[in-house]
Write a protein that binds this ligand. Structure first.
Ligand SMILES: Nc1nc2c(ncn2[C@@H]2O[C@H](COP(=O)(O)OP(=O)(O)OP(=O)(O)O)[C@@H](O)[C@H]2O)c(=O)[nH]1
Ligand SMILES: [Mg+2]
Length: 326
């Protein structure tokens, strides 16, 4: 059974609409399915459904060790609870470190992850695109005496990009669209050691519709994050794309947004409030707490304030103590 080198899907020439499709005349010689070929050469992005389920079950049954990637904008209760379901020995990797401002210090992030999220295992920091700290993965495998480890994480956390930087020549398809990797792909990274790239976990309630590729791309930029600070008077709010609206109900609120800079942020006033049809929740925020919007990032408030949040699914918001406190 031949598999696509880029996404792991089984290659087939029967149905162009299905994953792993490769034109008949290319079968036998080409190593990439048509979708991966088009992503690689034309940046033609297309989202497809994941063909496999039960990643956690497979990993817990077959795996000896797991590395779990989380990027800073996607650290929240849902992601951490998935991480905690891994029952084999594991290490957490905070990925895409090039993306975040320098004042977010690693040691503080570590303490915060331990205190706020109860993470006890080893925590590494890495940037695939800047080749930072990638050797620590091999070192951990050496120390733990493991030859094979799964690379896990939510979709878009950067698993395949990291693995491409650990091999001499990139072979795995990467993209800002969710579900790029469709099956397990074993990659040797050093003498006698391999990592297994895996399909990503999905949020229970993704913020995007599958056909909204523009929003999906905006949510996952490659460039450095510049946090945006706002001072909102009473009844003034912010709308981020058509995803979420946050209105300040207190006399004044200072907040900093840690979200992709490509997203449109619009100020809203009492007479032009949008997203009216979405469910609302009013929250009393304490100074230095974060309002976390799952899949988007977080908003740090610099003063006590009352916020009304409108969002399609209220389960996509969480409140937490920020690591700026530490
Ligand atoms: N800034 C930055 N961007 C990264 C880094 N690693 C990955 N990315 C970007 O994040 C996006 C997703 O990367 P992938 O490697 O495809 O993510 P994945 O975890 O393999 O995703 P799935 O295969 O869908 O589960 C791509 O646009 C990458 O360029 C990194 O270290 N820094
Ligand atoms: Mg991948």
């Amino acid at each position: 059974m031949n598999r696509c080198m880029g996404c792991g899907a089984v290659l087939q020439s029967e149905d162009e609409a299905k994953i792993g499709y490769i034109p008949k005349e290319k079968k036998g010689e080409a190593k990439l399915c048509l979708r991966c070929f088009r992503i690689l050469h034309y940046n033609d992005l297309k989202m497809v459904h994941l063909p496999i389920e039960n990643i956690m079950e497979t990993v817990n049954r077959k795996g000896k060790y797991a590395f779990f990637l989380m990027d800073l904008l996607n650290i929240n209760e849902e992601v951490v609870s998935t991480y905690k379901k891994i029952t084999i020995p594991k290490t957490l990797i905070v990925s895409k470190m090039d993306y975040i401002p320098k004042y977010m210090k690693k040691e503080k992030i570590k303490t915060w992850l331990r205190e706020e999220y109860g993470i006890q295992e080893e925590i590494l920091f890495a940037s695939a695109v800047k080749n930072r700290n990638l050797s620590s993965i091999e070192k951990t495998m050496e120390q733990e005496n493991v030859k094979s480890a799964y690379l896990l994480g939510y979709t878009n956390s950067g698993k395949s990009t990291l693995l491409n930087h650990l091999q001499e020549k990139s072979s795995i398809t990467t993209s800002p669209v969710p579900n790029t990797t469709l099956n397990y792909i074993k990659i040797p990274i050093a003498e006698g050691k391999e990592l297994i790239d895996s399909p990503g976990f999905q949020y229970q309630h993704p913020l995007y519709k599958e056909d909204n590729l523009l929003l999906i791309k905006k949510m996952h930029p490659k460039s450095f994050l510049k946090p945006l600070t706002y001072q909102l008077k009473k009844n003034i709010g912010l709308k981020i794309e058509d995803v979420v609206q946050i209105v300040n109900e207190s006399p004044k609120c200072n907040m900093t947004l840690y979200i992709s800079n490509l997203l449109d942020v619009e100020k809203v006033y009492p007479d032009n409030q949008k997203l009216k049809e979405y469910p609302k929740r009013t929250i009393e925020m304490k100074k230095n707490q974060d309002l976390v919007i799952l899949g988007l990032g977080f908003i740090n408030v610099k003063s006590d304030c009352v916020l009304t949040v409108s969002i399609e699914n209220l389960e996509n918001i969480e409140i937490r103590n920020s690591f700026f406190e530490r």
